[in-house]
Design a protein around this ligand. Structure first.
Ligand SMILES: Cc1cc2nc3c(=O)[nH]c(=O)nc-3n(C[C@H](O)[C@H](O)[C@H](O)COP(=O)(O)O)c2cc1C
Length: 206
């Protein structure tokens, strides 16, 4: 069984819901399971210590989750057109895995949500890809063969799945957004499976 880590930060729950749709897409692929993990908030004063186990929802990710995963879906709310600090902070602890090269050639995809339609979804997705390239991940998006990419009037981009929450954060995830989350998870699962089959049959590995 291959494991795909769905690693996300979510303050108000939108990215968390997206993570669940992506996990369903991953698990629609026979031989793949999704492992949902989150990261604790960060504090400017660094006096608050988060409990080791969150009160509800996904467990906090460890570097071991990242190391042992066969693939990665990384999700963050947009913060001023960029990835949220807690997720970036976690990625900056991954230096040992960067040095060992253990994440090289693992497939990855990114997802995000914004309050407004043109509030920086693509810039956030691209900002999330940058550290993943350094760590050696192979980035994939959503191809236009997914009809919802042309039909959505809210979120959904070829760079990764997105959702528009509205200024009150209450807009439900649209049908198109949901289907694009699922499609991205499914594609990530299929590609992870193919890469691992190739790795097992190739003498040189990939
Ligand atoms: C500090 C901060 C910066 C934000 N910056 C943006 C932004 O640049 N564009 C935007 O559309 N929404 C922005 N938002 C709104 C969040 O993206 C939105 O609340 C988030 O997608 C909700 O995700 P969550 O429900 O998973 O926490 C910002 C919110 C905060 C708190």
């Amino acid at each position: 069984m291959l494991t795909i880590l769905v690693l996300f930060y979510s303050r108000y729950g939108s990215v968390k819901q997206m993570a669940q749709h992506i996990a369903r897409g991953i698990e629609s692929v026979k031989g793949c399971k999704a492992r949902l993990r989150t990261v604790p908030p960060v504090s400017a004063t660094t006096v608050d210590i988060a409990p080791a186990i969150p009160e509800e929802g996904a467990l906090y990710a460890t570097l071991e989750d990242l190391r042992t995963a066969n693939g990665l879906a990384l999700g963050s709310p947009t913060r001023f057109g960029n990835m949220a600090a807690p997720l970036k902070y976690f990625l900056e602890t991954a230096t040992p895995l960067w040095l060992s090269g253990e994440l090289v050639n693992k497939p990855a995809a990114v997802f995000s949500s914004t309050a407004s339609l043109h509030g920086g979804q693509e810039t956030t997705l691209l900002s999330m890809m940058l550290p993943l390239f350094h760590l050696g991940f192979m980035l994939m998006g959503i191809p236009y063969t997914e009809p919802d990419l042309n039909q959505t009037t809210t979120g959904g981009t070829p760079y990764g799945a997105t959702h528009v929450t509205g200024s009150d954060g209450k807009k439900p995830i649209s049908v198109e957004e949901q289907r694009l989350c699922f499609a991205m998870g499914k594609r990530l699962g299929e590609i992870t499976l193919k890469l691992n089959q190739l790795k097992n049959t190739s003498h040189e590995g990939i």
